[in-house]
Design a protein around this ligand. Structure first.
Ligand code: FES
Length: 144
């Protein structure tokens, strides 16, 4: 077999190899189900249990601490208590209406945005809802 024939045969297999790779990829996607984001709505407490401008520590579905703050008559915020700087625990300061991290004086507003200090990012937040005087928190979970 000449070198030219070998090269011609190799070139003939390129479309076949491409088709095989495409079919294999589609087969793997078909066999392995995709992960979906699931959001769970969990009852947290009754509105009367959380007076305006007070906070309550809770735990999310994965065991992470969060703080629930009633910032208005019909406004409730839920934030992770983990500071985005080095992971210390933040707490709600009701006099200043801010979250405060005592480790390096990081400050966050009621929406979790950085106001001062070294934290590089806002606090993680959870969507909340008040319905018929009940407070609900939405947690994202992954389906495996
Ligand atoms: S760990 Fe919170 S400001 Fe540094």
């Amino acid at each position: 077999m000449k070198r030219r024939d070998v090269l011609r045969n190799l070139l003939a297999f390129i479309p076949l190899g491409t088709a095989f790779a495409g079919i294999t990829t589609m087969g793997i996607r078909f066999i392995t189900p995709r992960r979906r984001d699931l959001t769970r709505r969990i009852f947290a407490m009754h509105l009367e249990e959380l007076p305006v401008n007070t906070s309550r520590k809770l735990t999310d579905l994965r065991g992470k601490d969060l703080v629930l703050v009633r910032t208005g008559e019909h406004e409730v915020k839920a934030m992770s208590t983990v500071c985005t700087h080095l992971g210390c625990t933040v707490h709600w300061e009701k006099d200043r209406q801010e979250f405060y991290c005592p480790c390096h004086a990081g400050r966050f507003d009621k929406d979790g945005n950085v106001l001062a200090g070294p934290p590089p990012a806002p606090l993680d937040t959870y969507h909340t809802e008040i319905q018929e005087d009940n407070i609900f928190i939405y947690f994202k979970d992954k389906e495996s």
